[in-house]
Design a binder for this molecule. Structure first.
Ligand SMILES: C[S@@+](CC[C@H](N)C(=O)[O-])C[C@H]1O[C@@H](n2cnc3c(N)ncnc32)[C@H](O)[C@@H]1O
Length: 503
C-alpha cells in the first residue's frame, strides 16, 4: 500500500471538486470605484441651488478610462463613522454631487432603457426625481463613474440626439443615507482601516452565522445589525464563540442581533428541514455532498446513516424509496430527525435510532445486514450503503466492521461504506485511505475511491472514502490476539482533528 502513489488514487476516482455553497462573503473586496467626483463631492455647498449646469468641453480630447479616475471614496460613508460600535444610522448622511439630465417627463419612459448602463444604481435611491424648477421636467440621475467630468460619452450623446435632448449635464446635490450604502461599504468605513472587514457568513434559514476574528469583536453588535438591515430574510445573526466543536458538532454561539429564536427552516436539494441551530449540526456547505451520495442510491436500496444529524442523507434517500436506518447520538438531532421525517412524510421508510455510532453498527446494522445480504433474489438486488459523516472521528469507527458478521452465513452482496475524514496531510486522499486500512485491518486497494468534499481551512481537507467492505473484514473470525482488546487502533486521527473522542 505504501508504494501506492497518489496518482493511483486519482485512477480510482479521486476527484477534487469545488463546492457551490450557500456562503456569502462580506470581506472587503478591492473593488475600485472610479474617481471622477471626489473633488466635487468635497465642496457640495458651493453649488448654487440644488443643481447647476456644466458646459461641455468644446474641444475633443481622448477620453480617460473610468479606471484612471477611480475614486474609492465616492460612495464611502463619512469619516466620522470610523470606530463606531453602536449603530447610529443618522451619522451616515453625506452629500455627493452627481450628474443629472433634465428631461421632459413624457419621454422619460422611452429614454431610460437606452441609457440604462449610464444611470445611477445605488440601493434605495431613485433614478428619476421631480425637477424642483419645472413641473413638466424630471431629473434623471446618472452614475458619476460613467460620466467623467460631467462629460457625456459618444453613445449617450447619440441617444439624446434621437430624443432631441440637449447634451447638457447638470450637477445635483444628492444626499446619501445609511440606506444608500452597501454592507461592505458600511463595515469598511466603521472598522479599523487596513484590517479585514468581516470573515463572511453562512446563511441557515433566517440566521446569518459569523465566525468573527478578534479585531472584529468590539464591533460585533453593529456588524450583526448591519447584516440584518442589508439582507432581507435574515432576522438573526449569531457568532461562533468556541473554536472546538462539541461532540454533537453544534457550537457555542452568541446572538449578536435580531431574534434569539434559532429554530429555523432550511431547504436543501428540494427537501425541507426544520432544526434548532443552537442544538444540532447543520452545514449549508454540504448540500452538494448530500446530493452526490443520494444520487448513488436506487429505489429499494438500504441506507444506514450512522451519524445522521437531522436527516440530510436519510430523508432524501427515503423520498427516493430506499429503506433507511438513521442514527444520531445527540437527542436533539434525533428529535429533529423524527420531526423532519414527519414533515417530509417519510416516517414509514425511516427507522430512527438515538445511540452511539459503534453500538448502532454492532446492533441494528449487524442485524439488518445479516438478514439483508442473504435475502438477495434475482428480481430484488438492493445495494447496502453505510454513510459515516463524522469527519473528525469516523475512520476510527470503521474498526466496528471487523468480524461484524463473523460466523453468519455469507451473502453474495457486500455493503458500500462512505466514510468522511479530515486530513491535514499533503496527500489527503492517500492519508485517509491508509488510515481507513489501519482501522479496518485490511487492504482496500482493489475497491476504493476518494472524493475531495471541501476545503475546510487552509491545509485541512474534508474527504469521502467510498469502498466495498471486504468480505474478510465482515465475516472473518477474530484471531485470539485480536480478541482483547477488540478493536485496537493502529493510528489515531489526532493529526487531522482538534477534537477529542466522545465518551
Ligand atoms: C458532522 S455531523 C453530520 C450530520 C449529518 N449527517 C450531515 O451531513 O449534516 C455529525 C453528527 O454525528 C453525531 N454524533 C457525534 N458523535 C456521535 C456518536 N458517537 N455516535 C453517533 N452520532 C454521533 C452528531 O450529533 C452530529 O449530528
Amino acid at each position: 500500500m505504501n508504494n501506492f502513489s497518489s496518482r493511483s488514487l486519482w485512477r480510482f476516482g479521486f476527484s477534487a471538486r469545488l463546492l457551490k455553497t450557500n456562503h456569502f462573503r462580506t470581506a472587503a473586496s478591492n473593488t475600485s470605484f472610479p474617481a471622477v467626483w471626489m473633488l466635487l463631492a468635497q465642496y457640495p455647498g458651493r453649488i448654487p441651488g440644488s443643481f447647476a449646469k456644466v458646459q461641455r468641453n468644446s474641444f475633443f480630447t481622448m477620453p480617460e478610462t473610468v479606471e484612471d479616475k477611480a475614486d474609492p471614496e465616492l460612495y464611502s460613508p463619512p469619516p466620522r463613522v470610523r470606530g463606531m460600535t453602536q449603530l447610529d444610522r443618522e451619522a451616515f448622511k453625506r452629500t455627493i454631487v452627481v450628474p443629472v439630465l433634465k428631461v421632459q417627463k413624457e419621454i422619460i419612459g422611452s429614454l431610460l432603457k437606452p441609457l440604462k448602463h449610464t444611470l445611477l444604481q445605488r440601493p434605495g435611491l431613485k433614478r428619476v426625481i421631480e425637477d424642483p424648477d419645472d413641473e413638466n421636467s424630471r431629473l434623471v440621475m446618472l452614475d458619476p463613474h460613467k460620466i467623467p467630468e460631467f462629460s457625456l460619452g459618444g453613445s449617450e450623446q447619440e441617444v439624446l440626439k434621437q430624443f432631441n435632448i440637449p447634451p447638457v449635464v447638470s450637477k445635483y446635490d444628492l444626499e446619501l443615507t445609511y440606506e444608500s450604502f452597501k454592507l461592505e461599504e458600511i463595515l469598511r468605513a466603521v472598522l479599523p482601516e487596513g484590517q479585514e472587514v468581516t470573515s463572511g457568513f453562512s446563511r441557515v434559514g433566517h440566521i446569518a452565522h459569523l465566525n468573527l476574528r478578534d479585531h472584529q469583536l468590539p464591533y460585533r453588535y453593529l456588524i450583526g445589525q448591519v447584516i440584518i438591515d442589508k439582507n432581507p430574510g435574515v432576522t438573526s445573526v449569531v457568532n461562533k464563540t468556541s473554536i472546538i466543536d462539541s461532540t454533537y458538532r453544534n457550537f457555542e454561539m452568541e446572538v449578536l442581533a435580531g431574534e434569539s429564536n434559532l429554530v429555523t427552516k432550511v431547504k436543501e436539494n428540494n427537501t425541507t428541514y426544520e432544526l434548532d441551530f443552537s442544538k444540532v449540526y447543520w452545514n449549508p456547505r454540504l448540500s452538494t455532498e448530500h446530493g452526490r451520495i443520494v444520487e448513488l442510491l436506487k429505489p429499494g436500496d438500504v441506507l444506514f446513516d450512522v451519524f445522521a444529524g437531522v436527516g440530510p442523507f436519510a430523508i432524501p434517500a427515503a423520498k427516493k424509496k430506499c429503506r433507511v436506518f438513521a442514527n444520531d447520538l445527540n437527542p436533539e438531532s434525533y428529535t429533529w430527525l423524527l420531526h423532519n421525517c414527519k414533515l417530509n412524510k417519510v416516517g414509514d421508510k425511516i427507522k430512527a435510532f438515538n445511540m452511539d455510532g459503534r453500538d448502532f453498527l454492532l446492533g441494528p446494522v449487524r442485524e439488518e445486514l445479516s438478514k439483508g445480504l442473504l435475502l438477495q433474489t434475482e428480481e430484488q438486488k438492493p445495494s447496502f450503503h453505510i454513510v459515516m459523516n463524522l469527519p473528525a472521528l469516523a475512520l476510527e469507527f470503521l474498526a466496528a466492521f471487523r468480524h461484524l458478521l463473523a460466523g453468519a452465513a455469507r451473502g453474495a452482496a457486500l455493503p458500500t461504506v462512505h466514510c468522511y475524514a479530515f486530513s491535514k496531510h499533503p496527500e489527503p486522499a492517500l492519508d485517509v485511505w491508509q488510515r481507513a486500512e489501519a482501522s479496518l485491518g485490511a487492504s482496500l486497494r482493489a475497491c476504493c475511491s476518494v472524493h475531495a468534499v471541501r476545503n475546510v481551512a487552509p491545509n485541512k481537507e474534508m474527504m469521502c472514502l467510498s469502498f466495498q467492505l471486504p468480505a474478510d473484514v465482515l465475516y472473518g473470525r477474530p484471531c485470539p490476539a485480536e480478541e482483547k482488546p477488540a478493536c485496537k487502533r493502529q493510528r489515531t486521527s489526532k493529526d487531522s482533528s482538534e477534537e477529542t473522542l466522545p465518551s
